[in-house]
Design a protein around this ligand. Structure first.
Ligand code: NDP
Ligand code: 8X3
Length: 253
């Protein structure tokens, strides 16, 4: 039977690459994000190319009632979710603690932490009856070690790590696997968002080495989702070869 994969943040980066990867393997997809035009274009592309079915859902993960309302609109045929990929997230700003923006902090916590909790709570009733469902949360190396000017972003990803560990325990009785994936630097729209459209600042992050691509990360996520039912990768840190951890890189000047 084809699986149904629910992917948050499918309009860009890892989420979009995951949509393409899982579609190529024959899975049906529920793809979500705020940018409706991108979701519609991706639906068209994947249904044409892979012959699978795609259900787009437009909502902001920060908006608790919008999350639950969107999931409630799913028709009966879509009310079974095998895998939830909690990927929607962002960093905003890279500033010393006392200089950072309170608005940026609110948005990161509301998206990366509260959004992940809301989506998980809303989707779980569609997963528990499956018996062997799987939640995959996108953390970060920033959730394993803190770095200078990482303050609230690091805090939000440490929270994803803790929530993933806690989910793994609480959901044992439902046979639900919980995998936390912690990528290092990957070139997506992430840095454009973090630096608020400053392209040159965003580009600098990836100079002097080959970063991960969205496809690299999607391949690893797909592998985690392709193991036998009794095998679970709980926690996985992946970086490009030029990155040792959240802080140390080997860059060619
Ligand atoms: P992108 O900026 O390319 O994609 C982010 C996705 O998240 C978009 O699809 C965006 O959709 C969605 N999103 C952001 N805010 C919201 C919101 N409020 N409601 C709904 N959807 C939202 O970034 P990446 O693909 O690189 O990042 C994906 C995840 O991976 C994030 O959680 C990020 O923190 C994490 N990560 C990224 C790394 C990197 O170096 N790139 C490394 C480690 C972790 P839309 O704008 O349409 O709503
Ligand atoms: C994104 C990677 O190193 O910018 O989570 O924090 S990093």
């Amino acid at each position: 039977m084809n699986r149904t994969i629910f992917i948050t943040g499918a309009t860009s980066g890892f989420g979009q690459a995951c949509a393409r990867k899982f579609a190529a393997g024959g899975d049906h997809l529920i793809i979500t994000g705020r940018r409706k035009d991108r979701l519609e274009a991706l639906k068209q592309e994947l249904e044409d190319r892979s012959g699978i079915q795609v259900m787009p859902l437009v909502f902001d993960v920060q908006d608790r009632s919008a999350v639950f309302a969107a999931v409630a609109t799913l028709p009966e045929a879509w009310r079974r979710v095998d895998i939830l990929i909690n990927n929607a997230g962002l960093a905003l700003g890279r500033d010393f603690f006392e200089e950072a923006s309170l608005e940026d902090w609110d948005t990161m916590i509301d998206t990366n932490v509260k959004g992940l909790l809301y989506v998980s709570k809303a989707v779980l009733p569609l997963m528990i009856p499956v018996g062997n469902a799987h939640i995959i949360n996108l953390g970060s190396v920033a959730g394993k070690e803190v770095y200078e000017k990482g303050n609230a972003y690091c805090g939000s990803k440490f929270a994803v790590d803790a929530i993933s560990r806690s989910m793994r325990i609480d959901l044992l009785r439902h046979g639900i696997k919980v995998t936390a994936i912690h990528p290092g630097a990957a070139e997506t729209e992430f840095s454009n968002v973090r630096f608020k459209g400053d392209e040159s600042q965003a580009k600098k992050i990836y100079e002097g080495y080959t970063p991960l691509s969205a496809e690299d990360v999607a391949d690893v996520i797909h592998y985690c989702a392709s193991l036998p039912p009794h095998v679970c990768i709980n926690d996985l840190v992946l970086t490009c070869t030029a990155q040792a951890d959240a802080i140390y890189f080997y860059k060619k000047s």
